[in-house]
Ligand binder design. Sequence first.
Ligand code: ADP
Ligand code: ASP
Ligand code: MG
Length: 825
Amino acid sequence: MFSYLMEKILKFGGTSCGSIVSIQSVISIIESNFKAQTKFAVVFSAMSGVTNQLLEAGNLASKRKNTDNSIIEDIENRHFEIIKHFIPVTGQSQVIAQIRTLINELRDVLKGISLIKEISPKTSDLLVSFGERLSTQLIFSVLAQKGLPVLYVDARNLIKTNRNFGKSEVNFSETNPLIQQYFNENAHKICLITGFIGSNADGDTTTLGRGGSDYTASVFGSALNVQEIEIWTDVDGMMTADPRKVFAAFTIPSISYAEAMELTHFGAKVIYPPSLQPAFAKNIPIRVLNTFNSSFKGTIISRESTLSPYIITGISSIDHLSLVNLQGSGMIGVAGVSAKLFTVLAREKISVILISQASSEHSICFAIEPQVSEKVKEILYREFSAEIESGDLEGIDIQNDLSVIAVVGEGMRKHTGVSGKLFSVLGKNGINIVATAQGSSELNISVVIEQKDLSKALNVIHETFFFSQLKTLHLFLVGTGLIGKTLLAQLIGQERYLAKYKGLKIKLVGLANSRKQYIHEAGIDLKNAIEWLDSKGSTNDLNSFVSDLKQLNLPNSIFADCTASKDIYQFYLGLFHANVSVVTPNKVANSGPYELYAELHQTALAKGVKFLYETNVGAGLPVINTLQGLISSGDRFEKIEGILSGTLSYLFNSFVPGKSFAEVLMEAKKKGYTEPDPREDLSGMDVARKILILSREIGLKLEFSDITISPIIPRSCEMAPTVDAFFDELENQNAYFEDLVNRAHAHGHVLRYIATLEDQKITIGLKEIDSSHPFYQMDGADNVIAFTTKRYHDRPLVIKGPGAGAEVTASGVFADIVSLGSYLG
Ligand code: ADP
Ligand code: ASP
Ligand code: MG
C-alpha cells in the first residue's frame, strides 16, 4: 500500500508554461497548494508552440534546410528569458548550464537527422520529448530556488508504452506499479513530471499523441488513485463551444465523462480525449481550470453531471474533413459491402470519424481526415475493383473542404425535436447540410457542412440552443450622415429594452462612410462607433467591405444602406445571394429600371432574406407595410394619392393669399427645408420616385418615363443660371403665383402638390382641392397618403404625419431591422 496518500494531480498546458506572466500564475497556484499542505504532483507540457517548432526543425533538418538553427535559438532564448526573470543572478549560470546541456543534446539529434536526411517516427518522438523535458526542468529550477521541496521526474522512467511511436498506448500493468513505487519512495517531495512522454520496452522515447500531457496526468492520477485531477489551461473550463469560434460560449459547470468524450472526440481540444478513460475507470473527477483566472471554479467532469438547464450541453467541431460516398445498386440490402468496407479501412488503419445515415439505401457515406483521402480513394478502387466492374458499385465519390459539427448532451434523450430545430436554423441561414449522423446513444447529433459555413453554423446553433431568448442580428451599417448617426443613437437608447422585452441583440459588426470603413467581429461599441471608425478604420473601399462581410459569413447578417449614394444598390443582389438582408431608406434601387426592382425582390424571396425599405416613402410613416398588408390580405387598389414631399407640403401649406411665393420659398430655404437649389424639390423628381415605388408595390410594371409631371414653376425660373437669379425671376413671376392662389381661394379651395396613381397612370402636379378632400387640412411639412381600395372604397385609408427628417427616418430603418429579428434565426 502507499505510504503516501496523493490527493491531486495538477497539469499545466503549454499556454500556462508559455510566458513570464503565465509561469508567475503557475508558481502561485503551486505555492498555494503547498501552503495548504495538499499532497499533490504536477505535470507540465512543453512551452506553447515548442512541440510544433521541434517538429518543424526536424522536418527542415531532414531536408538539410535551416542550418542556422534559428528555431532552436528561439526555443533556447524563451527558456533563458524565464530563468533571467525568476532566478537571482547568482543562481542563473547553473540553471542556464542545465538547459544548455539539454539544448546541445537536442542539436545533436537534429544533426543526426540532417546527416541521414530522414526522420523516423522513433526519432521524431525523441525530438519532441525535449519540449517537455526543457519546460519541466525549467520550472523545477525556479521552484527549487524558491525553496520548495520539488523533484524533477522524467516520465520516461515510469510510463511504459508499446512501440507505436507518435501515439503509443500505455501498458498500465507495468506502469502503475512503477509509479506507485516511485511515489512511495519520494513521499515527501512535490514531483514535477514531464507530460506527453514515456518509453517502450527497448528504452526508446515514445509519445502519447498530440495533446498527450493531459493523458499523463490521467495515468498518474489513476495509478495513485487521487481524489481529483486538475487540468489547468487558458480558458475558463470546458465551454459550450470553442471560445475562439463562438464569442458567446460560456463555461459548462458540470459535465459527464460520456458527454466530455463526445465533445472532445469531435474537436473540443481543451482536453485530449483518451485522458478521460483512466479517470473514468477509477471514477476520478477531472476539473478543468484557468491558470489566468485561478479562483474561477471551472468545469467538473465526473460520472454524474448535474442537469444542464439547456437541452444540449455543448457543441464542437472538426474543421477539416472529407466525405466518402459509395453508391450503387449492389449496395441495396447487401450487408456484405459495408462489412468489407469497414474491414478494409480498419486493416489500413484509416480512422473513420463518422458514418452517416445514408439518405438513400444505395449509398454508404463516411467521413475521414482530409490527409488520408487520396490514400482511401486508392484503397477503395483497388479493393472494390470487382464490384465496380460488375456495375454493383457505380462510383466512389470524395468530397473535400467539409467540416462536422457535433451537438452533444444527455438532455437530448429526454427532448424531442432537437434535430428539427438544428436543421431548421441551418436552413434559415442558407447553410447546406451535406450529411448527418446521430449516435445510437442519443448523446450526439452530427452534421457535415461546407467548411466555409463553419463559423456561421457554430454561432447560429449556439445561439439557438443556449440563447433562444436572445437572438443576435449582425448589422453592417453604411452611412454615418444624419440618418446613420441618429440610428446609432437610437440603437444605444433601445439596447436594454430590446434585450429584455424582445430577446434581441443588434450587434454592430461593420461601419463605413465615404471616407473609412471598419469591421470588428466581436462587435463595435455603439457609443464609440464613429470614433472607432475614424481611428481604427481603413480607407473606404466598399468592394472590400462587402467581400469581408460575406467572408465573415455571420448568421442573421443585415446590411443597412443609410446613404443617398447612387451606386451602393449594385451590391444588394450579391448580398442577397450571400443570405444577407438589406434595409435602406435609399430609393435608388427600387426606383431604377423595373427589371432591377423585380430581380432584387425575386432574389431576396428565393434566398429567404428580406429587402426592407419602409422609409423609401413617407420616412417612418407605415406606408409600405400598410400597402403590403392590404395586398397580401386580398384588397385591390383603385387609387393612391399622396403629398409625398415634406418641402412641397410646407410650401403650399404656407402659401396663402397675401404672401408671395418667393417669400414663402425663401423662408423654407432659411429653415433648411429645401435643397441648396430649391428647384430640385420643385422639380417633383423625388416625389415621382416615391409614387413609382408604390405603383410597383401594387404590381404595376411602370417605369420612370411613364410618369407625367406638370411643372410648378414657369420655364423662365427653371432656366435661371444661379440660385439668386432664380429667386429674382420668381419675384418677376409673382403675378403668376398670385393668380394661382387667389383663384383657388375664390372657390374655397387650397393648392396642394399631389402625386396620383389611378388607372395605371401616374400624374404629379399642383391641384386645387376642396374642403371635402382629405388633404385639405394640412400642417407644417406633413406627408399624407390616401389609399382608395375595394375595401376602403367610400372613404380612403389615410396615413398622415411627419414624413421627413433624420429622427423619423432612422426610426423607420430601426423598425425594419427589429422586424428582421422575428423573421431570421
Ligand atoms: P493547453 O495548452 O492548456 O493544453 P489547449 O490549447 O490544448 O491548451 O486547449 C485549450 C484550448 O482549447 C482553448 O484555448 C480553446 O481555444 C480550445 N477549445 C476548443 N473547444 C473548447 C471548448 N469546448 N471549451 C474550452 N476550450 C475549447
Ligand atoms: N506538448 C505536446 C503537444 O503540443 C503535448 C501537450 O501539450 O499536451 O502536443
Ligand atoms: Mg492541450
